[in-house]
Ligand binder design. Sequence first.
Ligand SMILES: *[C@@H]1O[C@H](CO)[C@@H](O)[C@H](O)[C@H]1NC(C)=O
Length: 221
Amino acid sequence: MRTNFQSLQLFLFSLCLLLGLSKPDPDPIQDYCIADTQKPQAVYVNGAPCINPKLATPSHFSTSALSKPGNTSTKFGFSTTPTNIINLPGLNTLGLVLVRIDIAANEIVPPHSHPRASEVTTCLQGTLLVGFTDTLNRVFSQNLKPGESFVFPKGLIHYLYNLDSRKPAVAISGLNSQNPGTQIASIATFASTPGIPDEVLAKAFQISQQEVKIIRRNLGG
Ligand SMILES: *[C@@H]1O[C@H](CO)[C@@H](O)[C@H](O)[C@H]1NC(C)=O
C-alpha cells in the first residue's frame, strides 16, 4: 500500500519528468506576432514586441534572404544566413528558424553548439561529413549527399565538413528556436573577451602557454 506521501512523491517526480521534456520556445497565444523592429526596444520581452495584427501583410511572412550564397571568405571558410525577425518578422514567437549554410571547398563549420535548439540539416549540394558528440563523448557522424538529412540534438557539439576539394557545399538547417544561440568551441575557449587565462587553457588542453598563445593568435583572440 502506498502512503499519500509516496503517491505525492511519485506524482511530483512524474511531473518533473514531463516538464523536463525538451521544450522549444514558448507557444504563441495568438495567430502570429509580427516583430516590430522599428522602435528602439523599450520593454524587454521574450522575443520582439508585435505590430498591430491589422497591419499584417503577406510580405511579413516571406523572405528571399536564403536565396543567395553567403560570402565564405571567412576564417573557417563557411557562411550562415538565417531567417530572423528582421528579414522575416512573421516568425517572431513561433519558435523556429531556417539557416542557409555555405561551405567553401574542403572547409568546415567548426565544432559548435546551440544552447536553445535542436537542428536538422539537409544537404542541398556537395558531400558533407556531419557529426555530433554526445555527453558520453561518443561521436555520431554520417556522410550526406544532396537530399539527405541529419539531426543534431539540442545543445550538443556538432560540425559540418565539405569533403569536396573543388566545389562549395550548401545545406539548409531548421532549428526549433527563433534565437538558437551559437557557441563555436574553439572561439569560446581561445578567442573570448576577456580571454580565459593562459594557464587555465594550458592545463585544460595539456599544452604549453606558448602553444596557447599560438592558437589564440590563429583564432584572432
Ligand atoms: C567576401 O568577403 C571578403 C572578405 O571580407 C571580401 O574581400 C570580398 O570582397 C567579399 N566578396 C563578396 C562577393 O562580397
